[in-house]
Design a protein around this ligand. Structure first.
Ligand code: B12
Ligand code: SF4
Ligand code: SF4
Length: 331
C-alpha cells in the first residue's frame, strides 16, 4: 500500500478509536480498550485445563475450545475486539440493609446483587456498537457478554485493561477485579492497545490461601469442580455430601478470592451505576421462602436476575445446603 494511503487509513482508524472510546465512557463503561485477534497465548493452558477435567460439567467449554484458542474465528472477517469493563463493586461484603441477614439468608456474591448484568451490559454494548457503525459506515459488529466462545479475560488483558491474577480474575490496576467484561467484535479498522504485560501479584498469595475449598490447584489454575461459584450456579445436579459441605454459607456464587485481594481492598470504589443498584430480594433473600418458592413465583420474582441461571430447583438445592450446613455447625 502506498505510504500516503496507509497514513490516511491509520489516521481514520485513530479518529474512530478515540471517538468510540469516548462514547464507551459516555454510555456507562468504566474502562475500554481494543484487542487484536491473534491466537490465544494461553491456548496450551486452556487445553491442559480442559484435559484435567477442571471444567466439570461445563461441557460447553470443550465445544467452544477451538474458537477460544483462535478468537479471529469467532466472527468472520472481524479485525479487532473492543473490550469494556464495568465496575460492580458495592462496597461492604454484607449488603447491610437486611438486618439478621446472617440467620435469615445465605451469602450472595456481589455480581448478583442487581438486575442481571447480561441485560445491563448487553444493552450498553449495543449502544456502543451503534456508535461504531455510525463512525465507520458499512462496518459490522457483534456483541458478547459472558456468552459465546469468547476468551474474555484473555482479550481484556490484550486490550491493556489488566492482568490475570493468581485467582484467575482480570485485575485492573485502578478499578480492581469486581468488573464485568463485555466485548464487541468488528471488521472496522481500529488502533489496538498494547497488552498489559506486568504481573502485579508479585509474591502475594492471599487468594490462594483464603479460598475456603482449596479450589486452586496452583496459581492461575482453578479446579472449578471445587469452586463454590461453579457448584451453586453452573452445576445442575443435586449435591453429593462433600459438595454440600464445600458450599458452606454461600447461597449463590462466592467472593472470597476477590474480597481478600489487596488490589480490591485498596482501589475498588463502590459503583454509583443506577442500573446496577442493589436489590434486597436477591442480595439477601430469605432462605425459608426460597425453600418453599413455586416455579411460577420464582420466575415472577427472579426472572430478570442472575438467579434465573440455576433456576428455582438450583436455588432450592442451594438454600437446603446452606440450611443443612448451619444446622451441622450448630450441633
Ligand atoms: C466458565 C466461567 C466460570 C467458571 C470457571 C472460572 C475459571 N476461573 O475458569 C466458574 C463457574 C467457576 C466461574 C466463576 C466465577 N466467574 Co466466571 N466465567 C466463566 C466464563 C464463561 C469462561 C471462563 C473460562 O473460559 N475459564 C477457563 C479458563 C482456563 O479460562 P479463563 O478464565 O478465560 O482464563 C484465560 C486467561 O486467564 C489466560 N491465562 C492468563 N495467564 C494464565 C496463566 C495460566 C497458568 C493459565 C492456566 C491461564 C492463563 O488463559 C485462559 C484461557 O484463555 C467467563 C466468560 C467468558 N466467556 O470468558 C466468565 C467470567 C470469567 N466470570 C466472571 C465472574 C464475575 C465470575 C465470578 C467472580 C462470579 C462469582 N462471584 O461467583 C467467579 C470467580 C471465580 C474465579 N476465581 O474465577 C467474569 C470475570 C470478570 C473479571 N474481572 O475477571 C467473566 C469474564 C464473565 C464476564 N463477562 O464478566 N466462572
Ligand atoms: S470463588 Fe470462592 S470457592 Fe471459587 S475459587 Fe474463589 S474463593 Fe475459592
Ligand atoms: S490476592 Fe494477591 S495473589 Fe491473589 S490476585 Fe490479588 S494480588 Fe494476586
Amino acid at each position: 500500500m502506498k505510504r500516503g494511503v496507509a497514513e490516511r487509513r491509520h489516521g481514520e482508524a485513530s479518529r474512530i478509536t478515540v471517538a468510540v472510546k469516548r462514547r464507551a465512557l459516555e454510555v456507562g463503561f468504566d474502562a475500554v480498550g481494543v484487542a487484536s485477534l491473534e491466537s490465544n497465548a494461553h491456548a496450551d493452558d486452556l487445553d491442559q485445563w480442559l484435559a484435567a477435567g477442571y471444567a466439570g460439567s461445563m461441557t460447553y467449554l470443550h465445544r467452544q475450545v477451538e474458537k477460544r484458542k483462535r478468537p479471529a474465528r469467532i466472527v468472520p472477517d472481524a479485525r479487532v475486539a473492543i473490550v469494556t469493563l464495568t465496575n460492580y463493586f458495592h462496597g461492604a461484603t454484607d449488603p447491610g440493609f437486611a438486618p439478621g441477614v446472617s440467620t435469615v439468608s445465605g451469602k450472595v456474591a456481589q455480581y448478583a446483587w442487581s438486575t442481571d448484568y447480561h441485560t445491563v451490559i448487553g444493552r450498553r454494548l449495543e449502544q456502543l456498537a451503534t456508535a461504531v457503525r455510525e463512525l465507520a459506515p458499512g462496518a459490522r459488529t457483534r456483541c458478547y457478554v459472558d456468552a459465546g466462545p469468547v476468551p474474555e479475560r484473555e482479550l481484556a488483558q490484550r486490550a491493556g485493561l489488566g492482568w490475570t491474577g493468581k485467582n484467575t480474575m482480570l485485575i485492573n490496576p485502578t478499578i480492581g477485579s469486581f468488573t464485568f467484561i463485555g466485548v464487541i467484535f468488528t471488521d472496522a479498522e481500529f488502533v489496538c492497545d498494547l497488552p498489559f504485560q506486568a504481573d502485579r501479584c508479585g509474591t502475594c498469595r492471599r487468594c490462594l490461601d483464603a479460598c475456603p475449598t482449596d479450589a486452586f490447584v496452583e496459581a492461575r489454575v482453578l479446579d472449578a469442580r471445587r469452586c463454590i461459584s461453579y457448584l451453586t450456579i453452573e452445576h445442575a445436579a443435586p449435591f453429593r455430601d462433600d459438595e454440600r459441605r464445600l458450599v458452606g454459607d454461600w447461597l449463590f456464587g462466592c467472593d472470597v478470592c476477590q474480597d481478600v485481594c489487596p488490589w480490591n481492598i485498596r482501589f475498588a470504589e463502590p459503583t454509583s451505576d443506577r442500573a446496577l443498584a442493589v436489590r434486597a430480594e436477591i442480595a439477601a433473600p430469605d432462605l425459608a421462602e426460597l425453600l418453599a418458592v413455586a416455579p411460577d413465583e420464582f420466575e415472577r420474582r427472579f426472572g430478570d436476575t442472575p438467579f434465573e441461571r440455576p433456576g428455582a430447583s438450583g436455588l432450592r438445592r442451594n438454600a437446603a445446603a446452606v440450611s443443612a450446613n448451619r444446622r451441622g455447625a450448630a450441633l
